[in-house]
Design a protein around this ligand. Sequence first.
Ligand code: GDP
Length: 532
Amino acid sequence: MSADLPCRIQTEVKRRRTFAIISHPDAGKTTLTEKLLLFSGAIQIAGSVKARKASRHATSDWMEIEKQRGISVASSVMQMEYRDCVINLLDTPGHQDFSEDTYRVLTAVDAALMVIDAANGVEPQTRRLLQVCRARNTPILTFVNKMDREVQDPLALMDEIERELGMTVVPFTWPVGMGKHFHGVMDLRQQQMRVFSPGEDRVGGDDEILQGLDNPAYAERFGMQYEQAQGEIELVQDAAAEFNHEEFLTGKQTPMFFGSAVNNFGVQEILDALVELAPAPGERAAMQRVVKPEESKFSGVVFKIQANMDPSHRDRIAFLRVASGHFERGMRLKVVRSGKELRPNTVVSFLSQRRELLDEAFGGDIIGIPNHGVLQLGDTITEGEALQFTGLPFFAPEMFRSVEVADPLKTKQLKAGLQQLGEEGAIQVFRPIAGSVLLLGAVGQLQFEVVAHRLEHEYGCKARISGSRFQVARWVTCEDEKELKRFIDANDHRMAYDAVDAPTVLVEYAPELRAIEANWPKIKFHALREHA
Ligand code: GDP
């Protein structure tokens, strides 16, 4: 190790910002992603992210999606430089490919940017994703998009976000008007107004800025929208909490910005806020000890596995979040679970959407290691130390299907395929105690279609996937082992074991679950299981 490496590691970690955008479909995530890349100089031409999205969603045929994978793998992580920071942006798939992956991606970030459609307010998917962030105290920045439309009243929106998401909202900017009369935003911290002009051509730096929040020229130029904004700002400044960085870092306060992504308006403020407010990578808990990013030895955790482009090769890319140290191509690493050695030479990084060979990485970075099943979800990779990071969540599925082979001679293939797909996290597989038919569990409908398609094309076995009466699952634990056994025996008609043999109770209706919970006070019922 060169003498200045510890110093370099410290500097590099400090300038990393790793985040994901959470939003409901159509709120503007793709548009904003593209503008962030544009403003940071990572791409030159607007439209490339959009084009990818169009080609991905134009067809529901999974084969087509598969063909696009080469591009979409590369774009599920994007790296850009802004000011003196390296920003890693992780994609959370939208509703069509909504799956547990989406949740797990959120375990690999240090902050999240919540995009809200100002006309629709807080929508279901946002609420769901935010719950995951809240459970981990992830700091959240809020961007209220589409101010160039007729939208909700900003005070009402602010109130809705506070109420629905249980966070204190601290406006950093405030809109003057909306829709056809959207004149811009007041920057409440810099005490200036940024004037809106529509169009996609400008890239930062050339917005018209007017000094002061109550410049006498405003009333004349912006009329009643200004007067209304002035009244609202007074209210907000009296009533809203002061920004407190600690409260933001623990997810209790969220700074709020208004803008219009499609018009490149408000994008720069978001990049600045990421650099100035969002945290650098912090320590991560392993079962054995807490790991600091500036430690000299490399460690990382696999949070996502994606099948590779060519299904006949069966190789997959494991996405690792670097937790500590310095990663170098070709270095000797160990998979702690299996003790196997790994010497990744073809590691991919994701700079401005192109897949590139990566030479080095630091805490907070995401690296992709192609492999043939050596790496599993939740695996910890180190230079040798026996560490196991905790906290990779598995969520209780919300939909169930039973799965059988069409041709009984292919039973082996089905088992092998489901095992691998389960390891990838593409689906959860349950073995009911009663009967021999396996159950699949998912949080999104597309997961079943993908699994059926991949079983046929990658494992050569046509699966018969049919409805199941179950709708709710809970993992069960109990400090008293005898009590747990009593519970399992008494409920064997609705008990199953998951991929790691964790006992799970399955029921048809939520009220049924409540009745079971009431009858078995010593048993704990979990909607979330953490890896290891
Ligand atoms: P995603 O599904 O969250 O990725 O949303 P997209 O980025 O694809 O945006 C959905 C639609 O909203 C597209 O037609 C965008 O052009 C449009 N859109 C995005 N930002 C704005 C905005 O600031 N104003 C308006 N009027 N439309 C926008």
